[in-house]
Design a protein around this ligand. Structure first.
Ligand code: HEM
Length: 560
């Protein structure tokens, strides 16, 4: 037998190793067999490596296939479990693969939900797509439970703010992200509400009354426009201090904010940000201008500003300022500006709608306006030690504000989602994780079951309790006002204009005090009327449900 017989020239006489170590061992074996010539050795080695690579590649493919298959099987299992759990929630049957999408593209969601609740009860489901489940809750007790348990909002909530103003942690969908700032803002606002010096809605009210005096001589004014201006001035003075009232660029800031408000939802509705659209870039330029003006007012203001304080608190807790990188500092500054602009936008829009609703209701119900005026006059004759406390002695005015917020809430739906865990309600219904949960506020706040037969009528007295007869002062009785006390509106779980639970509105107390003070100052000086010839100036309209966003022309008539 010659020497070469021991060489590994015949590839079939050996098998390639399965591991890299195997290759190394075999390689050393080949090297040690000195009788092999170089070319045979090279051939054998490359053959081995090729064989090894092929095996490794096959193994990799198998592994990849296994991972993909198990991933798909898990997804499939999850989808079936989701569908199975969703089956237990009552709702109209979905006729197509796309669920109720067709129905919703033809009809308003609130109307569809109204019919579905009537037929299927307090919890109903609708399919927005093959696996997109929407669950609507109309029962106040279950709503309360849901708004506490489901802490997160839908992933796209806050997208409009994010697109317009960059990072904004107040309106982030994740509760974890907003929790700290929510708490700080709440505490800050509570503290400021206690101190008259820092935040004085009366100053804002006097400023607005002065402005109204100027426009009054020119005649009537659009209710929507004047409400918008009042809301903006209130928000500006609250967050930038009294110096905001004299800021010469306030009017430009207001105009920009309102232009952005008009377009924000439209641009946020795109799944992919429309960078190719010129209109989008024009919108971005508006946002940038607003950002510059925000920076400007923050630089020149003298008074302390609430959100600045919160930002400092959050930054000092999250990291040591000395070790903070320049990038971190830039991000926190961006977020600070984002927060200011988003709160200004949210507050101005919602307060404007609320003021417009109250003014419209007071005009359409002149007897209530007269009584509120009487109430303001009585309190004015015997003012409290602290001016800002006066409004809490005006129950009818406060009840009018609550009733206006009940009849026409600023948003038609509250929304939540539970991404990780199923939600189990006390009544036995389980909503699978990943479903969108909504509360149709308009339906809940006008439901006869929750509010009585006159649920659709304007009746502020539903928020008042009559204290035993005869306890009212003579002066009160002269004005035809019996002694009323305001009930806590949150006692009724169906009262949701500011949401409820873990993600409820942080500005509620501020709004009620500020709007009541402003309206008290206005009503004390002026009687508010529709301009004759205005659409609303007719008796038959009185009992019609309040129209959305009333844009009637109103007059401020000076009282003697
Ligand atoms: C009439 C005026 C206002 C109305 C009707 C209103 C209404 C609401 C509603 C319905 C929500 C969602 C609540 C929920 O999902 O449960 C909300 C959230 C919020 N509101 Fe207001 N709001 C008003 C004014 C304000 C003001 C003046 C501020 C600031 C001082 C403010 C700060 C916030 C914040 C920070 C959130 C987000 C809370 C979160 O996501 O955790 N709101 N508001």
């Amino acid at each position: 037998m010659n020497d070469s017989s021991s060489c590994f020239t015949d590839s079939s006489s050996f098998s390639a190793p399965n591991t890299f170590i195997g290759i190394v061992l075999l390689n050393s074996k080949i090297r040690s067999s000195s009788s092999c010539n170089n070319s045979t050795l090279l051939f054998t080695r490359s053959q081995l490596l090729r064989d090894f690579a092929a095996r490794e590649f096959n193994a990799f493919l198998w592994l990849f296939l296994l991972v993909i298959t198990s991933f798909l099987l898990t997804r499939l299992f999850n989808v079936f479990t989701f569908l199975y759990k969703a089956r237990t929630i009552p709702g109209p049957p979905a006729s197509s693969f796309f669920g109720h999408f067709k129905l919703l593209s033809k009809e308003n969601l609130t109307d569809v939900l109204s019919k579905s609740h009537e037929k299927y009860g307090p919890i109903v489901r609708l399919w927005l797509g093959p696996t997109k489940l929407l669950v609507s809750v109309k029962d106040p007790v279950i709503i309360q439970e849901m708004l506490i348990k489901a802490e997160n909002k839908l992933p796209f909530s806050g997208k409009a703010f994010h697109l317009a103003f960059g990072q904004s942690s107040f309106f982030s969908p994740l509760y974890e992200k907003v929790r700290k700032r929510r708490e700080l803002l709440e505490t800050e606002l509570d503290e400021r509400l206690m101190k008259t010096a820092d935040l004085n809605p009366r100053k804002v009210a006097d400023f607005i009354v002065d402005q109204i005096e100027k426009i009054r001589v020119r005649g009537s004014i659009s209710c929507g426009l004047v409400s918008r201006h009042m809301a903006f001035t209130l928000m500006g003075a609250t967050f930038f201090g009294d110096g905001f009232l004299a800021w010469p660029k306030a009017a430009i800031y207001e105009e920009l904010l309102m232009m952005i408000a008009k377009e924000a939802c439209f641009w946020a509705s795109y799944n992919v940000t429309p960078f190719w659209n010129r209109g989008f870039w024009r919108y971005r330029r508006l946002c940038k201008k607003l950002r510059c003006l925000t920076e400007e007012i923050l630089h020149c203001r003298k008074s302390f500003e609430i959100l600045d304080h919160i930002n400092q608190n959050v930054c000092s807790e999250s990291s040591n300022p000395e070790t903070k990188s320049a990038n971190d500092q830039k991000n926190s500054k961006e977020e600070h500006y984002g927060n200011i602009m988003s709160v200004m936008l949210h507050g101005s829009q919602t307060i404007a709608t609320l003021i417009a609703n109250v003014l419209t209701n007071l005009i359409m119900n002149s007897e209530i306006q007269d009584k509120v005026y009487s109430e303001i006059s009585i309190v004015g004759r015997n003012p409290s030690k602290y001016e800002h406390e006066d409004v809490y002695r005006m129950p009818l005015l406060l009840a009018t504000i609550y009733e206006s917020a009940r009849l026409l809430p600023t948003g038609p739906m509250l929304q939540r989602c539970s991404t990780k865990q199923d939600l189990r309600f006390a009544n036995g219904v389980t909503v699978p994780a990943g479903a969108l949960l909504v509360v149709p506020v308009q339906l809940v706040q006008k439901d006869d079951f929750n509010w009585g037969k006159d649920a659709s009528d304007f009746n502020p007295y539903r928020f008042l309790s009559n204290v035993t007869e005869g306890s009212g002062s003579e002066e009160q009785l002269d004005y035809g006002i019996s002694s009323f006390v305001l009930n806590d509106p949150s006692e009724n779980a169906a009262f949701l204009p500011f949401g409820s639970g873990t993600r409820s509105c942080v500005g509620q107390k501020l709004v009620i005090q500020a709007v009541a003070t402003l309206l008290a100052s206005l009503l004390k000086k002026y009687e508010i009327k529709f301009n004759s010839g205005s659409d609303y100036d007719s008796e038959p309209l009185k009992n019609l449900p309040l129209l959305q966003h009333p844009n009637s022309q109103i007059l401020f008539v000076r009282r003697n």
